[in-house]
Design a protein around this ligand. Structure first.
Ligand code: PHE
Length: 362
């Protein structure tokens, strides 16, 4: 059967999948719990119409694993998880709010086994609605109900990472005149475009919704629109993917016109080998889960009581140093930045696995 999801579940190396069918909207809810080794599985809630159920579940699983790496890369005491709300059709505001309430009640019934926040297809309003019935939401103040959008923080971290990558690759300080192509002008891509424009970058804008790109280009100096069929081949210094994952693959890489890839999309590589392919092709790939960690970082700092925007931004800006560090180490050891980042993550995870084994044995 085309949509048989059971083999996917049995083959997965994560800890478990929660499945719920939301009858009123025909939505399938998948919560993928990848690892609780470092702490409570925590990750965003993605909502969209998928081609099939298997695509939705696979996305949840891969994104959950990405979150395990992201939290470990941040040295956070949180584990990897991700939720996908696979819509059967686009929903109006009322149906959407109803779905968020039922989803929130599901989270509440899981009693802290999974914590969430906004992701592609969901925003601060959705999270406010989830938080009306569940305490397991990051970024929503339980008293004031103010909901923080992680997008601009993620964008800020990507900006810092791009600066480091440009310095590493071209020996150039600042982004004045640097050609940067942004794929996807949503919750992260759009604030990022404004930040890059303010630094004098030459922007190339691309979005599946061409009118969105057009509108943004009118507002930003020194920006042009790139049609969707040229998004990979267009010559540029930095390609900045801020939409869906899996876009760096055997087919796209050999056609790419950029020198650096650094962006906010999760799971940009279709498979890990694609990092080697990029390397061979002379493209510097900044690992997605390092450079896009700003939103996750800000949301967790907020749960620790840090709420001043300036302090959060200063912390997020340190992503620039983390990226510079990884790029230098990778160059010195002649590996890809992804292997360097992965080595650090694996070291941390295996240390905590041994600690856990020791404590269960004693
Ligand atoms: N969805 C964003 C990310 O993948 C922000 C986020 C992080 C939301 C963690 C919730 C939890 O990084």
């Amino acid at each position: 059967m085309k949509d048989d999801i059971l083999p996917l579940i049995t083959a997965w190396d994560g800890e478990g999948i929660v499945v719920r069918h939301d009858a009123p909207t025909g939505t399938w809810i998948f919560i993928a719990l990848h690892s609780s080794l470092l702490g409570c599985p925590t990750g965003g809630t993605r909502m969209k119409v998928y081609p099939g159920l298997r695509d939705a579940l696979r996305d949840a699983m891969r994104l959950a694993e990405g979150m395990t790496h992201k939290w470990a890369g941040l040295n956070s005491e949180l584990g990897g998880g991700k939720a996908v709300l696979a819509l059967s059709r686009p929903l109006d505001a009322e149906a959407r709010r109803g779905l968020m309430h039922r989803y929130g009640r599901l989270l509440e019934s899981l009693n802290g086994a999974f914590c969430t926040g906004a992701d592609l297809g969901t925003g601060p309003d959705d999270m406010r609605h989830v938080a009306e019935v569940s305490q397991f939401v990051l970024g929503v103040d339980q008293k004031t109900h103010a909901s923080t959008d992680p997008g601009p923080f993620t964008a800020r971290g990507v900006l810092a990472g791009i600066r480091s990558a440009v310095l590493h690759r071209f020996g150039k300080e600042g982004l004045d005149g640097v050609r940067i192509l942004i794929q996807g002008l949503g919750g992260v891509g759009s604030p990022l475009a404004g930040m890059l424009a303010a630094e004098g970058a030459h922007l190339l804008l691309c979005d599946a919704d061409s009118s969105r790109a057009q509108r943004m280009s009118q507002d930003l100096p020194n920006s042009h629109i790139v049609p969707i069929d040229r998004v990979y081949t267009e010559k540029c210094d930095v390609f900045c993917p801020c939409a869906v994952g899996g876009i760096l693959n055997e087919d796209s890489i050999t056609t790419m016109g950029c020198k650096i890839v650094a962006g906010s999309a999760n799971n940009q590589l279709l498979e890990e080998d694609d990092a080697d392919r990029l390397h061979k092709w002379g493209i510097l790939y900044v690992p997605d889960y390092i450079v896009n960690a700003g939103g996750a970082m800000a949301l967790t700092l907020m749960t620790q009581g840090i709420s001043e925007r300036e302090v959060l931004e200063q912390r997020v800006d340190r992503i620039g140093e983390a990226v510079a560090n990884i790029l230098e180490e990778a160059a010195a050891s002649q590996t890809t930045p992804l292997s360097t980042a992965r080595r650090r993550v694996d070291r941390l995870l295996s240390r905590s696995r041994s600690a856990r084994n020791r404590s269960t044995q004693s």
